[in-house]
Design a protein around this ligand. Structure first.
Ligand code: ZN
Length: 246
């Protein structure tokens, strides 16, 4: 039996190997079937370990995870990084080629970045709160500290909930619009919603990344059954955006 691939979507990004995992290609039981990568959702720990190993094998390097808290902290994965310690952060940056950064999501945006000239890659967990609080700008600043230039950075926004599905209270839509006007949107039924992808593009452009270097039209996690969706089912797994410096 050839096991299903853990790769659900593989866009391209210069200077990096990138892909997004999905539901397929793992051993977890319902409702985490089958490739859940998160330990905090109630899945069997040994199943998560096996699922993570399959992804690490696919990317050809150990995976670095962080404990994500919807904040703006950026972990710098340097030579002294201890893979046994899980740091609290919502983004990771590195110049290392021998590790892969893995950011977990189920509706929030996994954002992967690469500066192919400087040899710096990053992975970000950007939900509504992190996006509005500036997690993408903080990540670009950390990349710059490692020698990257915003003008050379390429970005891919991964599978996440789309503006036609992401209904929010009107007040939340207005409050978000004051920080990032591009986030204000409407659902397919005309109610207030958030366009996190457009908000990400706006935040990245404000930080100096050319719009033409940003790809932000990924599959919708609520509509596309290849991916876990928290709005679809609160008790569910997490998939990951994975980036490794080429
Ligand atoms: Zn959608």
């Amino acid at each position: 039996v050839i096991p299903a691939s853990p790769v659900a979507w593989a866009p391209s990004l210069d200077g990096a190997q990138v892909f997004f995992t999905g539901r397929d290609g793992g051993c977890s039981q319902e409702p985490f079937d089958a490739a859940n990568l998160a330990r905090h959702v109630g899945d069997r720990d040994e199943d998560v370990t096996e699922n993570r190993a399959a992804v690490a094998a696919r990317v050809g390097a150990p995976l670095v995870f962080v404990e994500q808290v919807h904040g703006t902290e950026v972990a710098v994965v340097d030579e002294d990084w201890d893979p046994g310690v899980v740091t609290t952060a919502d983004a990771m940056v590195t110049t290392r080629r021998d590790v892969a950064l893995a950011i977990m999501v189920a509706d929030c945006m996994p954002v992967l970045l690469s500066d192919p000239s400087a040899g710096v890659v990053a992975a970000v967990h950007a939900g509504r709160r992190g996006l509005l609080d500036g997690v993408l700008g903080c990540t670009l600043a950390a990349m710059t500290d490692l020698g990257a230039h915003a003008a050379d950075v390429q970005v891919v926004v991964g599978p996440s909930i789309c503006p036609r599905c992401y209904e929010v209270p009107g007040q939340m839509c207005e409050d978000s619009g004051r920080v990032l006007p591009a986030t204000m949107s409407t659902t397919r039924t005309g109610t207030p919603s958030l366009d996190l992808r457009a908000g990400a593009v706006q935040a990245l452009v404000r930080s100096g990344v050319p719009a033409r270097q940003i790809t932000a039209d990924p599959p919708c996690t609520l509509e596309d059954e290849r991916f876990f969706s928290y709005r679809g089912a609160h008790r569910t797994g997490r998939f990951a955006g994975v980036v490794r410096r080429a």
